[in-house]
Design a protein around this ligand. Structure first.
Ligand SMILES: [Zn+2]
Length: 330
């Protein structure tokens, strides 16, 4: 690839096209430029002090004192040494004799640069750090973006799940569900722990593949429980196909904080109850009783709210009959 010197950055048309993609809406710049590292060849045109050719920072930043004393501030790597029968020897000169502490810095600098081989006649090039062969490709660039997107989501999800009304272990479980990190049979298959395609089937209904969205939203058990919950609360809510949008949707349903907290309790109680029932069925071969599961959701959510809001003046029967009016009093 033909590189054109463009200030400190080496650039080409291709490079500029990519750079125009490099600025995110949220000012999240640099994911692309940071993905390239210089792979030094003959070192011609690579600034010894100012280019990042032997690590993640340039030498002038790491050794500012030595930079000031250098007689070769403007030199490229090729001009800073010589090839002796195939062995590269660095040749640094200073404006004056170095003090002892400066000599120590010089030794350290020598150690750093000795690791890098300068090869006369071999072109310098940029390497894309996200691929094995160092070649840039749209597939690997997309993977970087997707990972970044996921990290953004992770932060967003993390902020939303912590609610003082919910026991910590349950909130942590909710977070893992929303991040799709719980050991559903679908994930166990993906992680290579179960091998047979057949074994991916949902433990509760033995029908479809058991992933988070199936288990907590689309399974016949989950559907029955959601219907019972919405009837109990006197609301009509259309569930989404995936857990994260549903969780957001449920919270968006009301602007009132206390109702949001109440719905958070139901969501968490639902997830926890279904997961416990699924485990009991797998490990103890326990029967799934829908009425009992619904009772558990009601009891758990009641216990959580009562435990963390001791000034709530309502009792269990109030909660079972009219949960929203109980939250008005909370
Ligand atoms: Zn199922």
């Amino acid at each position: 690839m033909d590189w054109v010197r463009d200030g400190r950055r080496v650039g080409s048309l291709w490079w500029r096209d990519l750079q125009s993609l490099n600025v995110g809406e949220d000012g999240n710049e640099g994911w692309l430029t940071e993905g390239f590292r210089m792979k030094i060849g003959e070192g011609k045109g690579v600034s010894f002090w100012w280019d990042e050719w032997c690590g993640e920072n340039c030498l002038a930043n790491i050794y500012p004192r030595l930079y000031v004393l250098s007689t070769g501030k403007e030199k490229d790597c090729q001009q800073m040494g010589e090839d002796h029968n195939g062995t590269w020897k660095w040749n640094m000169t200073w404006r004056r004799a170095l003090f002892q502490w400066e000599e120590e810095a010089e030794k350290e600098l020598q150690k750093t640069i000795e690791k890098v081989k300068i090869s006369p006649g071999c072109a310098d090039r940029w390497e894309w750090i996200h691929s094995v062969d160092g070649q840039y490709s749209t597939t690997t660039a997309y993977a970087v973006l997707a990972k970044q997107r996921k990290e953004d989501d992770e932060e967003k999800i993390f902020k939303r799940v912590w609610n003082p009304t919910i026991p910590t272990k349950v909130a942590a479980f909710n977070w893992r569900v929303l991040m799709d990190r719980i050991p559903t049979r679908s994930n166990l298959f993906k992680w290579g722990i179960i091998k047979e395609v057949e074994e991916r089937k949902c433990a509760l209904c033995m029908g479809e593949e058991e992933d988070s969205s199936h288990l907590f939203l689309n399974c016949s058990v989950a559907k029955w429980l959601w219907k019972a919950c919405t009837k109990w609360w006197g609301v009509k809510i259309v569930l989404q196909k995936e857990c994260w949008p549903t969780f957001q949707h449920l919270r968006a349903w009301t602007k009132k904080t206390y109702k949001k907290e109440g719905w958070d309790c139901i969501w968490n109680a639902m997830l926890w109850t279904v997961w416990m029932a699924r485990n009991k069925k797998i490990f103890d071969n326990a029967e799934v009783n829908l009425i009992k599961l619904f009772d558990l959701i009601q009891l758990r959510s009641f216990a959580w709210i009562k435990a963390r809001k001791p000034k709530c003046y309502f009792n269990l029967s109030d909660w079972l009959i009219n949960p929203t009016s109980c939250l008005d009093k909370a």
